[in-house]
Design a protein around this ligand. Structure first.
Ligand SMILES: NC(=O)c1ccc[n+]([C@@H]2O[C@H](COP(=O)([O-])OP(=O)(O)OC[C@H]3O[C@@H](n4cnc5c(N)ncnc54)[C@H](O)[C@@H]3O)[C@@H](O)[C@H]2O)c1
Length: 257
């Protein structure tokens, strides 16, 4: 699918990888609606992207009614949804039992599942329903959905039981969702990033960053958010890419800690 003149929804677009995805989509000629909880970050992103090419809706991706209302508003305002990129997410580092032998807080576990896994599905289901209303393009496509997992879906470290479960869930639903939506001409793919140079990572002490980088075979550095944006654009443009999860990680395989 060509990016030009398309309408894209990007969750988590106020920061990090979502912000980079929004940039790549706008650079390719799409109009972007950012969905994010952080209104201040979104306002800054929209100002940088250009108010004629971007706007935002502040909401929690795990709220069913709020997400349904948001997609109704986008359809009313912009007429269609062609592309959806799920980047909103949170991470925690909590072991299954702590040093005193106390079990993992169950509400905290539920919260990560709610935002990362249910939030991704919530947005995708509404995006798919909106895309299904589109006329197919010359390649018989009506839309493209891109999810963000993590290499923690495959090699989760200590303390990542909750986070890895959400990302494994996103990888697991990619193929069945692509199969569900095949008859509608809607593709679904997932990116599993390694360690990317987002504000969170860049805020870590240099020795911690150096330790992470020492395990990355090549290139020996953190991934750039713009490299995530490049893959998002390619996943939209390459019509034969469907039902797949691609690691974007410099060949790193994470150790237990
Ligand atoms: N940065 C990395 O190294 C890395 C690696 C692998 C996977 N990921 C995944 O990529 C995604 C983006 O990560 P990032 O590093 O850009 O994070 P980030 O914290 O910079 O950005 C995440 C954005 O999501 C928003 N958000 C959080 N919870 C939300 C909710 N409930 N509803 C709406 N918006 C919400 C935040 O406000 C923020 O703007 C996440 O899913 C993360 O798990 C990141």
């Amino acid at each position: 699918m060509d990016l030009h003149n398309k309408v894209a929804v990007v969750t988590g677009g106020g920061s990090g990888l979502g912000r980079a995805a929004a940039q790549a989509l706008v650079d390719g000629g799409a109009t972007v609606v950012i969905i994010d909880m952080n209104a201040e970050a979104c306002a800054k992103a929209v100002a940088e992207l250009g108010a004629e090419k971007a706007n935002f809706i502040q909401l929690d991706v795990s709220s069913g009614p709020d997400v349904e209302a948001a997609f109704n508003k986008i359809k009313a305002d912009l007429g269609r949804v062609d592309i959806c990129v799920n980047c909103a997410g949170i991470g925690i580092a909590v072991k299954t039992i702590d040093r005193e032998g106390q079990p993992h807080d169950l509400d905290l576990y539920r919260k990560v599942i709610e935002v990362n896994l249910i939030g991704t599905f919530n947005i995708s289901r509404c995006a798919a329903a909106a895309m299904a209303l589109n006329e197919p393009d010359e390649k018989a496509e009506k839309g493209v959905i891109i999810n963000t997992a993590s290499i923690a879906a495959f090699d989760g470290q200590m303390g990542q039981a909750a986070y890895s479960a959400t990302k494994g869930g996103i990888v697991g639903m990619t193929l069945p969702m692509a199969r569900d939506l095949a008859s509608q001409g809607i593709r679904v793919n997932t990116i599993a990033p390694g360690v990317m140079a987002t504000p969170l990572m860049m805020g870590m002490p240099q020795p911690v960053q150096d330790g992470i980088v020492s395990n990355i075979p090549f290139p020996k550095r953190l991934g750039e958010p713009s490299e995530f944006g490049l893959l998002v654009a390619h996943m939209v443009e390459n019509s034969y890419l469907n039902g797949e999860t691609i690691r974007l990680d410099g060949a790193v395989r994470m150790q237990p800690r």
